[in-house]
Ligand binder design. Structure first.
Ligand code: HEC
Length: 155
């Protein structure tokens, strides 16, 4: 192998190993059952299963971290998706502390949830590539939006 190629390869692997020291935290904060989505609204079993297989990894505190979420630089993207997903909507901590009108908050969020699913913006394409089981069928999408349209059935 020519010397320059060897140098380049060594440099590359050195870099891959070197960046492993940058490890943003993978968190799964404890869940207070009285704060969950299920505590606030009725979630039928069919919808619950959609949420769990297609959304919860990024929109709850019960993330199942895949092995590659340990490997930089993939880990950085995965952890960032989970953190920003949770900020947008967290099924484990449904009502934000600053919410003073839970009904209105849920109504707005529901509208957005259905829209994201209908436009195939969610689940994220990058997630679908590695989690084919998260793909939603037209029937799933209909079930999902019927639930959000029904709105606020108190639990
Ligand atoms: C791989 C992680 C991931 C998965 C899986 C995922 N989301 Fe998201 N979601 C995000 C991220 C990141 C954002 C914020 C950035 C953005 O808008 O792209 C977000 C934003 C959202 C928002 C707020 C959008 C807005 O602009 O108001 C909603 C609602 C949402 N997701 C619903 C869902 C639903 C419903 C599912 C399951 C069908 C789902 N997401 C699956 C990562 C994810």
């Amino acid at each position: 192998m020519p010397g320059f190629l060897r140098g380049a390869l060594l440099g590359f692997f050195g870099l891959v190993i070197g960046i492993q020291v940058i490890r943003p935290a993978r968190t799964n904060p404890p869940v207070d059952q009285s704060h969950t989505l299920e505590a606030v609204v009725f979630v039928p079993a069919r919808v619950e299963s959609i949420l769990q297989r297609a959304c919860s990894d990024c929109h709850s505190d019960l993330t199942r971290w895949p092995w590659y979420s340990n490997v930089a630089p993939i880990s950085w993207f995965v952890i960032d998706d989970v953190n920003s997903g949770r900020r947008q909507a967290n099924f484990s901590e449904w009502l934000r502390r600053d919410t003073n009108n839970p009904a209105e908050f849920t109504q707005q969020r529901f509208h957005s949830l259905c829209r994201q699913v209908q436009t195939h913006a969610m689940p994220l394409t990058s997630y679908l590539a590695l989690h084919p089981e998260a793909r939603l069928s037209p029937a799933d999408i209909e079930t999902f939006c019927q639930w959000t349209d029904a709105g606020l059935l108190p639990n």
